[in-house]
Ligand binder design. Sequence first.
Ligand code: ADP
Ligand code: MG
Length: 344
Amino acid sequence: MFENKEKTSIDKLGEFGLIDHLTSVIELSSQHTVLGTGDDGALLDAKGKQIVISTDSLVENVHFDMMYTPLKHLGYKAAVANFSDICAMNAVPEQITVSISFSSKYTLESIEELYSGILIACKKYKVDLVGGDTCTIPNGLVINVTAIGYQDAGKEVKRGGAKEGDLLCVTGDLGGAFMGLQLLEREKRVFLENKEMKPDLQDHDYIVGRQLRPEARVDLVNMLAEHEIIPTSMIDVSDGLSSEIFHLSKHSEVDFAVYEDKLPIDQDTYNMAMEFGIDPTTAALNGGEDYEILFTIPQSDYDKVKNSQDISVIGYAREKGMKNQLISKSGNVHDLQAQGWQHE
Ligand code: ADP
Ligand code: MG
């Protein structure tokens, strides 16, 4: 992508030189993109579709730690996290704009790394990078991504809309990104105590990957269209399942019953939780950043999802006032809390 292996100060290029350099490798692919970077604004043609737009910032030392976050992964994650928000509206992401602000500590090569991660994500998801902003700040690194997606009017899905009796479904598995973060934090502490120590991340590619290089569930949006399912409500799991359940509950004016034994937990996540003395259920309920999609469907659509290996029906919506509750494996009932649940 970029060929440059030294430590070049950005001052050499200047702001416009840097923008030209970064945007020179962009190729456009979406039928909705008329004009990309280079002018005062991008031109998009919605072709009669509903436009969905979402934005998010990642701030150094708030959302990521440069000690264990490769810049390429960070760029990838910044893009994917925004794609995920578009998917959570049942739409397909097709463009992003990217604003990056960084201090003079960052070299040209490091910004190229970040940018190449963003462009790899764009290529994989067929999303066009159509604009952005570039700015220097006194300290650290801030990435802001705005994503734009499309869906036929009437097929977009909001947080509110779940009805009593609807099934609560989730894609993939939960808690992996959280356990990956625990592992990275532990290895960071070990390294800080003894700089000779190499991080021991062996055999944990899955959970470390879930934390550093997540994916967005565009495949779900396509699968729903294929099976002619329009969920009644939808949200992505960025803050943790429990927290997202409360969002759906509040916006839809229903409460949810969730079954502990239905929660999808990967073996690696389970083992690492046990090693850390964390209840795997707690990891699945509270752990954020899995970027799976939580959604509700009418019971009449059950046959369309029941054979999917990648969708778990974890509970159902019921009358408001019954509380959001977890039915444990032993049949005990616990009130969920926005930040998970408490063992009694
Ligand atoms: P303005 O002064 O109008 O804000 P800029 O110099 O910031 O213009 O941007 C010029 C063009 O380059 C615009 O099309 C903008 O979208 C694009 N651009 C600037 N920074 C980036 C970036 N980091 N990534 C992609 N495009 C960018
Ligand atoms: Mg600008």
